[in-house]
Ligand binder design. Structure first.
Ligand code: PMP
Length: 427
């Protein structure tokens, strides 16, 4: 197809995510990609500074991952995961167990971040149901959370305007204020109050960094206290590591930075290196124990057609090997250090606020672009500005952040930093 044919057919037929059907921006046809770079049909190179929605960790078109998918596709592309199993899935489960807390005992497969949350919520509700504790229906979540786009995951997310048409269909939850140094005593009191009736099923959180909520960061100390408080009352703690997993916050999982271990961990995005979709809901033996029965009524009756797909598991195993290699850990460190240097430069701008860093994520708020938060108009100006300069940055309202693939080179990072500094000087 010619470029124009692709663009026209896209305009005519395709319903893209998170955008009005009549979009002010033209969708850019991408022909290929390598490492941190996207190559468009029109011959432009774009540095992917957001890892294509936070999924890509080892770079685009990674050969090891591509090889693993290719080999697996020729051997066993898919098989029903009810009644059958296969080596790629078993290997992945074993790999995951080496990086999850010691008391973890079971891995459940689904298709994406939202479904990994959906499964975790069903597990948490059924954990109590199986024990006859039918009053345990309350879920506590953090203000401003984003856990996905399915109904359960929307329900436990902040009530943002994104979900407004669906408000009547979402189940009620209780919300804790987002913890900060200033309000933490109040948050603790809120938590105590919300859990005083002994009706709480689970506490769900994005550990250390709220992603879509604006790359909002809070300290391991605060997270530790909240998880410990919840667990002291027997409340199931669900860590949504969909974005924070795979080294994003500096450690393999963000929860590795606290003493306590969540009962359920949701994993997705980086798990396949960004090549194929996969959701994992991993649980500890405490959760597993309540489901350990031969009775169907005690089982988690949930599954998807592509559950445990062998090609996806093979991609995840290849990505795991790359993640475990020293080169990957060094890259995470390198990006973190380079972000630190960049932060010093950011500090010289008056209209830059709340500069923050966690692992490979650096973020700041931009003043002077009207409304703050997701509804800010800032994106309309910022997004095309950077594309023009060959850098993919997608602001969250007036929050600008970088979350690059770990293979991004120093030169590419410099290019991204430079573009940002130029923007700040001009605007
Ligand atoms: N949880 C978090 C923390 C996320 O950032 C996201 C996606 N941005 C999700 C869940 C949902 O994942 P997916 O888009 O793969 O359904």
């Amino acid at each position: 197809m010619t470029i124009d044919e692709i663009k026209q057919a896209d305009k005519d037929l395709i319903w893209h995510p998170f955008a009005p059907l009549i979009n002010p921006f033209e969708y850019i046809p991408v022909k290929s990609a390598k490492g941190a770079k996207l190559f468009t049909h029109e011959g432009k190179t774009i540095i992917d500074a957001v890892s294509s929605w936070w999924v890509n960790i080892h770079g685009h078109a990674n050969e090891q991952i591509a090889d693993a998918i290719h080999k697996q596709a020729l051997e066993l592309e898919h098989v029903i995961f009810a009644g059958f199993t296969h080596e790629p899935a078993v290997r992945l489960a074993k790999n995951l167990m080496t990086i999850l807390p010691d008391n973890y005992s079971k891995i459940f497969f689904s298709d994406n971040g939202s479904t990994s949350i959906e499964v975790a919520l069903k597990m948490a509700f059924q954990y109590w149901y199986n024990q006859g504790a039918k009053n345990k229906r309350k879920i506590i979540s953090l203000e401003g959370a984003y856990h996905g786009d399915t109904f359960g995951s929307m329900s436990v997310s902040g009530r943002s305007s994104f979900f407004e048409p669906f408000f009547p269909f979402l189940f009620d939850i209780e919300t804790l204020d987002f913890p900060t140094e200033e309000n933490f005593d109040k948050v603790v009191a809120q938590f105590d109050q919300l859990t005083s009736d002994d009706d709480c099923a689970a506490f769900i959180f994005e550990p250390l960094v709220q992603g879509a909520g604006g790359m909002r960061m809070y300290s391991p100390d605060m997270l530790q206290q909240l998880v410990a408080m919840a667990q002291s009352k027997g409340i199931i703690c669900i860590a949504d590591e969909v974005m924070t997993g795979w080294g994003r916050t500096g450690t393999t999982f963000a929860c590795d930075q606290i003493e306590a271990n969540p009962d359920i961990t949701c994993i997705s995005k980086g798990i396949t290196g960004g090549a194929l979709p996969l959701g994992i809901t991993a649980v500890n033996s405490k959760v597993e124990a309540v489901f350990r029965s031969e009775e169907l009524s005690k089982a988690l009756l949930h599954g998807h057609s592509y559950t445990g797909n062998p090609m996806i598991c093979a991609a995840a195993n290849a990505s795991f090997e790359l993640f475990e290699a020293k080169e990957c850990k060094d890259n995470i460190q390198r990006i973190h250090q380079r972000h630190q240097g960049f932060m010093e430069k950011l500090k010289t701008f008056d209209h830059v606020e709340n500069i923050r860093l966690q692992g490979t994520i650096v973020a700041f708020d931009l003043k002077g672009f009207g409304e703050t938060g997701y509804n800010s108009d800032a994106r309309k100006k910022i997004y095309p500005y950077f594309l023009e300069k060959g850098v993919l940055i997608r602001p969250l309202g007036n929050v600008i952040y970088l979350l690059p693939p770990y293979v991004i080179t120093d030169e590419e990072l410099d290019r991204v930093y430079e573009a940002l500094l130029e923007f700040l000087e001009e605007n």
